[in-house]
Ligand binder design. Sequence first.
Ligand code: HEM
Length: 221
Amino acid sequence: MQDIAPGQAPARSIEVSPNNPCPFLRALVAGGYVGGHVVPLTELSATIDRATGKTGLPALIAGGQIFMVALIANGLGPFSQLRSLTKGAILDELRNGPLDKHGAGSRILDQHAVVHEDEIARLATFGKGYPNPDGGTERGLSASDIKTFMAANFQRAKDEHSWSYAILRCYYPLLMLGEWPVLLDIMGKGEGKDRYLSVAEVRTLFVERRFPDRIVALLNR
Ligand code: HEM
């Protein structure tokens, strides 16, 4: 593995706009699985669907959910949605869009898409050692650790704002359900309540914009 300095991405990966704040989409763009600008919704959902490894009905449901998220990602007005439907999602114009939680997330990526290692270290504090299917134990976050992490992220943002924040932004926890828990679903290791999101793999995703080999194999199918 290449040795990557904190906050740096490897030289060989494709550049990704700082206005794409989603670590998952950033890795898809960096790996050349989708373009970095306008991506048709069907292409985007089919690509993400491949990464999930799901087939049959679960794949159809996952694809439909991704399609709906991508449909509203660049704006909620009828014109935005018509444009998204006919042309696609604009991946380098996601920042400040309806899905941007403005600091109520992990804060691993700032608004310039610079990675903050201290926030990765903070994420790790919500995890613990889990049995690694490849052997030994590994630090990671289970579904319940992720729930605690997301609640803490929202609370942190709430504490920094007035009471009105909690009312106006009450839908943020709902948005979060489509992020970390879905990442656990796709990239998680182990089964059942011991299924966990590896902190090391989260770091690679954010810093190197690279998926674990098993996800790359699914994407290359
Ligand atoms: C299954 C696919 C996806 C996964 C696993 C995923 C996962 C994530 C994760 C883990 C975050 C980071 C949240 C944080 O730092 O706390 C995030 C943020 C984000 N995602 Fe995705 N995502 C997916 C698909 C999408 C799609 C299709 C879009 C839109 C086209 C999207 C747009 C965003 C945006 C705008 C953010 C920034 C939210 C913020 O910083 O407040 N994501 N995503």
